[in-house]
Design a protein around this ligand. Structure first.
Ligand code: GLU
Length: 294
């Protein structure tokens, strides 16, 4: 029996961002998380990850509810991240008090130029890592630039964080024990310039707030879990077990995107597809023509 199937009160969640219509890959992911909870008498929770205020739309949130209901997925609780900003502020304040975050004034252009000029830019899971330009700024310069109102994000100083926590491990259902790799994401952003919290900070705070015991999500965020485990340790939050499932891909082997035409759940519904039937197929890893598990 894997740890994912251990008898306990399981709490899983599906945590989409309302930046577009859900597609078959989201449906597949939601069903995995939902069914894992249901088969053990646990709870399945929904979380709307709408902290990216420039891209999220209320109509997409409504669409998520419609799509899940159409697939026959009911949820036992709902949390909307845009109502949780004080919790994220408190978490950021704690990280500041620990001295493990720093303000970063770099624009994307600054970072690209810095990387282009560097011969040995270390790469992480998602490409070149932030080169650490603002990590070394003197405290008085930081304070002065913030006081002047210079736009900035906040980054986690991974080196300082792990020096504080010591080596960390998280558990993936398929892989087993995974030691935290500080170079998976490097000094990731915990609060962006235009966001109340980054995905990483908000997801960790809310997985704890919702009592999530088992996180079921796509392989695309596997590397993020290194950051999540680190933030959990710093913030004194429990660590769920993780299952990162294979992604649903198109005929070219590319993972589906919210903008992939013809594959949104809303479009399938409009074409007269039966949601219960589609859910039964996805449960058996049967996908529409041209679609498969990567
Ligand atoms: N909002 C994230 C996404 O849609 C959630 C990832 C996760 O489940 O942690 O990719």
């Amino acid at each position: 029996m894997s740890e994912m199937e251990a008898p306990q009160h399981l709490v899983t969640r599906f945590a989409p961002s309302p930046t577009g219509r859900l597609h078959i890959g989201h449906g597949y992911s939601a069903l995995l998380a939902h069914d894992l909870a249901r088969k053990s008498g646990g709870a399945f929770l929904l979380r709307i990850e709408d902290t990216d205020i420039t891209r999220c739309r209320p109509a997409f949130t409504e669409g998520i509810y419609d799509d899940l209901r159409w697939l026959g997925i009911g949820w036992d609780g709902l949390l909307i991240q845009s109502t949780r900003l004080t919790a994220y502020d408190a978490a950021l304040a704690r990280l500041k008090a620990l001295g493990v975050v720093y303000p970063c004034f770099c624009t994307r252009g600054d970072i690209a130029r810095e990387l282009a000029a560097s011969l040995h830019a270390p790469h992480g899971a998602d490409g070149p890592l932030y080169p650490g330009t603002c990590r070394a700024l003197p405290a008085d310069e930081r304070a002065a630039r913030i006081a002047r109102g210079e736009p900035h994000s906040w980054r986690l100083d991974m080196g300082a964080a792990l020096a504080r926590t010591g080596p960390l491990i998280w558990t993936d259902d398929a892989v087993g024990a995974v030691p935290v790799d500080p170079l998976a994401l490097g000094d990731l952003i915990v609060k962006g310039r235009d966001r109340p919290a980054s995905y990483h900070l908000a997801v960790v705070v809310d997985d704890a707030a919702q009592g999530i015991t088992h996180v079921v999500r796509g392989q695309d965020v596997f590397a993020s879990t290194h950051a999540h485990r680190t933030l959990q340790a710093l913030l004194g939050l429990p660590t769920p077990l993780y299952r990162h499932h294979a992604l649903v891909v198109d005929a070219a082997g590319k993972r589906l995107a919210k903008r992939s035409a013809g594959l949104s759940l809303a479009e399938l519904r409009a074409q007269g597809v039966d949601g219960a039937r589609l859910a039964a197929d996805l449960r058996e890893n049967r996908f529409p023509v041209g679609i498969s598990l990567g």
